[in-house]
Ligand binder design. Structure first.
Ligand SMILES: NC(=O)c1ccc[n+]([C@@H]2O[C@H](COP(=O)([O-])OP(=O)(O)OC[C@H]3O[C@@H](n4cnc5c(N)ncnc54)[C@H](O)[C@@H]3O)[C@@H](O)[C@H]2O)c1
Ligand SMILES: [Zn+2]
Length: 358
């Protein structure tokens, strides 16, 4: 369970064999990853005698839907996709989540391989076995815990990734550092530029360290029943509220998470948990991410604190009206807070994050 292979895509066939899978795959792309990578992948598959068919979905969050799934079930049946065929999802979190959902449900489950091509997918969504589609009433509402047979990471896929998505993925790496890996935070601070410019050694290190951090949690609490996996939601209560209020169209996921982590850190400081210097360090790091001023103004600064709080109340992780925040005791140590936080404190933390990002 939870196998991650770090290698050049040229060795993909070896990974298939060593994981006991047949050389027969259904490739799932979005329009962008199809345009960018399908030829390269087909060539490698031809050379390795891997039989393959391809399926393409739009490059947008809206593809993570039952509607798209329904269409693809039909295409799978027509193309004779059987239980010996591995679904190989080539793309970011959207393709990974949708592909995982299809693999978990089609024929009661077929093999699944994630080939993440965004930094966010490499450090987060292709690791840990959560797959889902969205419902009109909520994101990721219908899904499974369905770990892939393996996740195949080749950082060469990142070379075409827009900078905005590089920063977005880095925000999730920053999250691991804050919740449980203080030395990693130090590393991110001192290697920020080479990481962002995708220097090979640096980006490989960030991906490997993030994967290790996520697996450490997921292996102990796969189904999120012990409160440990919940730590991965650091910053996400605020982030989901920002994303919901902007209909998932304004922010890249990591951008919302970055803002959310700043709010959660301010909250931790104001509650007397996190010391002031650590908070300043976090704020300083967050300010190195180039968030668009107009995006911030429209979808964060101009949003009332009380509206964000109401959106958080509606979050699926909110139990009996109490929002359970993940807070920091120090950099590298997070915990799930059981106590109710007052509106005043929530508003104050959001306001402080706004001031820092202004
Ligand atoms: N399952 C999980 O545990 C988990 C965790 C975090 C996020 N997610 C989900 O992940 C999704 C967000 O993932 P994402 O940020 O990867 O978004 P995404 O999949 O939408 O990818 C972002 C954009 O980059 C394009 N792209 C992908 N690879 C590229 C490349 N190498 N070069 C150029 N363009 C490329 C895509 O076509 C898309 O337009 C959300 O739906 C979120 O809910 C899931
Ligand atoms: Zn996230």
């Amino acid at each position: 369970m939870h196998h991650v292979v770090f290698s050049s895509f040229h060795t993909f066939n070896d990974a298939l064999i060593s994981h006991g899978l047949s050389p027969k795959v259904a490739l799932l792309f979005d329009r962008n990853t199809h345009r960018l990578f399908s030829q390269h992948i087909f060539q490698i598959f031809h050379r390795a005698n891997i039989a393959h068919s391809s399926f393409v979905v739009p490059a947008s969050e809206s593809a993570k839907s039952l509607r798209t799934a329904e269409r693809l079930y039909g295409e799978f049946i027509k193309n004779g996709i059987d239980r010996a065929t591995a679904l190989v999802a080539v793309g970011g979190g959207v393709v990974g989540d949708l592909g995982g959902f299809l693999a978990a449900s089609y024929l009661r489950g077929i093999p699944l391989v994630h080939v993440p091509t965004t930094l966010l997918a490499m450090v987060d969504s292709a690791i840990g076995g959560k797959v889902a589609v969205n419902h009109s009433l909520g994101k990721n509402m219908i899904g499974f815990f369905y770990p892939p047979n393996f996740t195949f990471i080749d950082v060469d896929f990142l070379s075409t990734l827009p900078k905005r998505d590089v920063y977005s993925g880095l925000a999730e790496a920053f999250k691991y550092a804050l919740i449980q890996d203080a030395p990693f935070f130090h590393h991110l601070e001192s290697h920020f530029e080479p990481i962002i410019s995708l220097d090979r050694t640096d980006i490989e290190r960030v991906v490997a360290r993030s994967v290790k951090n996520k697996l450490r949690i997921v292996k102990k609490d796969f189904k999120e029943t012990l409160g440990l996996r919940a730590l991965l939601n650091f910053g996400h209560t605020f982030a989901h509220a920002l994303e919901t209020l902007s209909n998932y169209k304004a922010f890249r996921h990591g951008e919302a998470v970055l803002i959310g982590m700043l709010c959660a850190s301010a909250l931790s400081k104001n509650l007397g948990l996190l010391d002031h210097d650590s908070f300043t360090r976090i704020a300083h790091f967050a300010k190195r991410f180039p968030l668009s001023p107009s995006l911030l103004k429209r979808h964060f600064f101009d949003v009332a604190e009380s509206d964000l709080e109401s959106a958080m109340q509606r979050d699926k992780k909110t139990k009996h009206g109490t929002i359970h925040f993940v807070l920091l005791r120090r950099i590298g140590e997070a915990f799930l807070c059981q106590e109710k936080i007052s509106s005043r404190n929530i508003h104050r933390a959001i306001l402080e994050a706004k001031q820092i990002l202004t």
